[in-house]
Design a protein around this ligand. Structure first.
Ligand SMILES: *[C@@H]1O[C@H](CO)[C@@H](O)[C@H](O)[C@H]1NC(C)=O
Length: 276
């Protein structure tokens, strides 16, 4: 009888090796087929010989026997309910870990014998390899740093002048020049960082009525600014209170912006007070 069983086993159990490649978190079916229904009290053991304990999953006639199961596989293995009746001994392994990579052996045991049915090589890969994550983090850092530098030094890229004077000087000139041809009916508007009108030039003349009171009688533009392209503004008696970013904007008759230029004024020393 034993000889007969062994012959059957040898005929059926043509051992084969297959390989499966998957990613972390995936599920996999490790195939194993064997006509166990002929056998007397069979036990199926899925194992990894490189682990201690080596048992990944064990199925007997009474059902799963997992007391010997390696803890790394707890709750992640299953076989179909009628595996021993159908001979489909496929192992369902879920939530794959990198450490699941290895050689899985499907073995059928009878009280008198043990037969290795199949080996399956499982290769679990990282979905995002560490080097890719490191590269991504570095890239983000480089972008953040260069973005920060660009923002910090934006004045250099945005043609923003910085004008520095000592307090007490009679006047300071905020430069704004263009070589572009400006229409004679363009409007020039100087504003400060609080969007208050510092000086308005429209229809060929200054518009003191439009300017903020802090700048009244303190501003002056050159003659024929639209013709010369020199829209610079002279600010008299600058004080620390005038420290600000000034914007020179040119509009055409339709209100489109033809040019825009910024000047930072830094008046050093002296008290901060404003002229009323
Ligand atoms: C494998 O087992 C998981 C969890 O029990 C289940 O959701 C999934 O459907 C099974 N896969 C197959 C092919 O039976």
């Amino acid at each position: 009888m034993k000889v007969l069983v062994l012959c059957v086993i040898l005929l059926q159990g043509s051992q084969h090796v297959s390989a499966v490649e998957l990613y972390e978190g995936d599920s996999v079916l490790l195939p194993c087929d064997f006509y166990t229904f002929d056998l007397d009290n069979p036990t199926v053991v899925w194992s990894r010989e490189d682990l201690r304990p080596s048992t990944v999953h064990q199925r007997q006639l009474e059902g799963d026997e997992l007391t010997e199961q390696n803890q790394a596989y707890r709750g992640r293995t299953s076989m179909i309910a009628d595996a021993l009746d159908s001979g489909d001994l496929t192992l369902n392994l879920t939530n794959l870990q990198l450490s699941d990579s290895g050689s899985y052996t499907c073995t059928v045991r009878v009280p008198t014998d043990e037969l290795k049915i199949t080996d399956v090589q499982l290769q679990v890969k990282e979905r995002f390899p560490t080097w890719a994550i490191v590269l991504l983090v570095l890239l983000v850092l480089v972008l953040a740093v260069s973005g920060g530098l660009l923002f910090h030094f934006r004045h250099y890229f945005m043609s923003v002048y910085k004008v520095e004077v000592e307090s007490g000087v009679k006047s300071v000139q905020l430069p704004c020049k263009t070589t572009a041809h400006l229409p004679v009916d363009a409007k020039v508007e100087w504003t400060d960082g609080d969007n208050r009108k510092v000086h308005v030039y429209e229809n060929g003349s200054d518009r003191p009525a439009d300017q903020h009171q802090d700048y009244r009688n303190r501003t002056k533009m050159k003659k024929n600014p639209l013709r010369t392209g020199d829209l610079s503004l002279t600010l008299r008696h600058p004080t620390g209170g005038d420290n600000n970013t000034y914007t020179c904007t040119v509009y055409n008759k339709e209100g489109d912006i033809l040019m825009k230029n910024q000047v930072i004024l830094d008046v050093r020393g002296g008290e901060i007070y404003s002229y009323e």
